[in-house]
Design a protein. Structure first.
Length: 183
């Protein structure tokens, strides 16, 4: 579209009256976006946005939306057992590390292996669930994620499915034939 001098003059006058861009567009027979674009190019004085609030309005304020809970949503893992090292006793056979080939300027005596140490793991706390053979557990979420009460079902899952029989019945719904509904 072309902006004539008469159209620009009418736009400036309607803008000064404080009409909305939609109303100016209706009166001039053009789109609201055309009014906004031309007002911007003419560098007309901006008006407060109807969306942004300056706090001067005395209307009731809407309640703030609750924030998402930050942090882990699952309980912490069991503590890892510390690793301790003990020197090899004289009666236990030591596994020697291979000695590298001697260089021309060094002798084999300079490359003696470090004493071998035996590494043991401290006993970790084992729950009854961990002591039994692990069967696939139901992954159906129960509770609100991010809260302390959130957990998964943990019943035995069906073979080839992530859910137990009760939750698989909810999750997997057969699609009905539309032709039977039409009759």
């Amino acid at each position: 579209m072309e902006w004539s001098e008469d159209l620009v003059t009418r736009l400036r006058a309607l803008w000064a009256e404080g009409l909305t861009t939609a109303e100016i567009g209706r009166r001039l027979g053009i789109s609201k976006n055309a009014v906004v674009g031309k007002a911007h190019r003419l560098d007309l004085q901006g008006r407060p946005s109807p969306i942004r609030r300056d706090g001067t309005q005395s209307g009731p304020r809407r309640a703030a939306t609750p924030r998402r809970v930050h942090g882990p949503t699952l309980p912490p893992l069991a503590p890892v057992a510390p690793i301790t090292t003990h020197p090899v006793a004289a009666h236990e056979p030591a596994i020697e590390s291979p000695v590298a080939e001697a260089d021309d300027d060094q002798t084999v005596q300079d490359k003696t292996p470090a004493p071998v140490r035996r590494v043991t793991m401290a006993p970790a706390l084992v729950s009854r669930a961990a002591a039994t053979p692990r069967v696939a557990a139901c992954c159906w979420p129960i509770g609100e994620p991010g809260t302390a009460s959130f957990r998964f079902c943990d019943d035995a899952a069906m073979t080839g499915k992530p859910y137990c029989a009760a939750h698989a019945e909810i999750a997997y719904v057969r699609v009905r034939d539309r032709r039977s509904d039409a009759a």
